[in-house]
Ligand binder design. Structure first.
Ligand SMILES: *[C@@H]1O[C@H](CO)[C@@H](O)[C@H](O)[C@H]1NC(C)=O
Ligand SMILES: *[C@@H]1O[C@H](CO)[C@@H](O)[C@H](O)[C@H]1NC(C)=O
Length: 347
């Protein structure tokens, strides 16, 4: 083969790859929750992800700024989504100085304006606080923290957003009817417009498990676990083989209605299935099936039926079983035990 023909083949391969970019996969990360009294130190946990697991899990979400974890992360290439405590929301909303202090305490010590250090990607204001007493604080807090990020010259690396549950939707079935609920419609539409102006994603928590256990008569386990061989829901031109896609596309529909175009971005901040605590629905088999299918689905194809180019980065819930969460299934969402052995094969 001549060098020239090799070059042409290379060009062809690159063009073919970019042509198919809309069906390329997205990344799968993990939620590192710490509501437990028997977990390894944050330093050991970060080392476990980076060294023991060799970055098989490349992204990690922290619910609050834990200094030891943030420092340990700066020695790794793990991509980090960092939440603020809900209690800090009102001050973040009311004071740009407090937002600057927050950033200077938890972010700038670990990441410089060349992007070296901890690879922060998202800072999330509030986890599932809409609707609720903190809901009005979310957008003002996002604006203040965004301004602080810009001032610190970190806006090339970091996007500011919030995390919402499917509870913000008033309708989600069929997916194209997705719309924000009346009691949050004003707040959500302002947030979605702001995110769109900043080219940032909305982070959503998507739990087919909860939808399934609330209506096992009408929702099939196959549809919830990604194991259906046939489309279960047909919504106009879109066919749904699994509930996860349908729930995400309900968000797509709601967001598209707000901004009037399909140009929206979403990240799944949480999804998972418990391995115990609510039998018969929670068990090793279902947890293993759901989480493995979710992971493969996202890694192979990061879009949805309605929006194949969505590039839906997803954080599985969760890294560990957490023994101080409310009793029941919530304590059994981990893919690892506190002693770092696997609950079931996933990674
Ligand atoms: C920061 O990153 C830049 C660009 O990658 C590199 O040239 C520089 O040496 C890094 N600085 C430090 C202190 O690591
Ligand atoms: C880790 O903890 C689990 C759950 O308590 C237990 O079943 C398993 O045997 C432990 N593994 C090791 C290596 O100690």
């Amino acid at each position: 083969m001549t060098p020239t023909s090799a070059l042409w083949i290379l060009l062809f391969v690159i063009m073919a790859m970019s042509h198919h970019s809309e069906v390329l996969g997205a990344n799968v990360g993990i939620n590192y929750g710490r509501i437990a009294n028997d977990l390894p130190s944050p330093k050991r946990v970060i080392e476990f992800l980076a060294r023991d697991l060799q970055y098989k899990i490349p992204m990690v979400r922290l619910f609050d700024p834990e200094p030891e974890a943030l420092a340990a992360l700066s020695e790794t290439n793990l991509v980090v989504s960092l939440g603020t405590l809900n209690e800090d929301l009102s001050q973040l909303a009311s004071s740009i100085d407090f937002a600057r202090e927050w950033l200077n305490k938890y972010v700038t010590p670990y990441m410089d304006s060349a992007g070296n250090g901890t690879k922060f990607r998202y800072l999330t204001l509030g986890n599932e606080v809409i609707p609720g007493p903190f809901a009005e604080n979310v957008l003002p807090a996002m604006k203040n923290l965004q301004q602080a990020v810009v001032e610190a010259k970190l806006s090339d690396y970091i996007q500011v957003s919030t995390v919402v549950s499917a509870g913000v939707l008033g309708s989600s079935y069929p997916p194209s009817t997705g719309v924000f609920a009346d009691n949050v419609a004003g707040i959500m539409s302002d947030i979605v417009k702001y995110l769109h102006d900043n080219n940032a994603p909305l982070l959503i928590n998507i739990y087919p498990y909860f939808a399934y256990i609330s209506d096992t008569e009408h929702i099939s386990l196959d549809y919830a676990l990604f194991t259906s061989k046939q489309p279960v829901v047909i919504d106009g031109e879109w066919q749904y083989y699994n509930l996860f896609d349908a729930m995400v596309d309900a968000f797509v529909a709601a967001m598209v209605k707000v901004i009037g175009s399909e140009d929206i971005k979403i990240v799944v901040a949480e999804s998972g299935w418990p391995s115990a605590g609510n039998e018969p629905y929670s068990n090793f088999e279902s947890a293993m099936t759901y989480n493995n299918n979710l992971k493969n689905r996202i890694q192979n194809q990061g879009g949805t039926p309605r929006k194949p180019d969505l590039n839906l980065d997803t954080y599985i819930f969760a890294l560990f079983n957490e023994n101080q969460k409310p009793a029941g299934a919530e304590q059994h969402c981990g893919s690892f035990y506190p002693n770092l052995s696997k609950v079931y094969p996933l990674w």
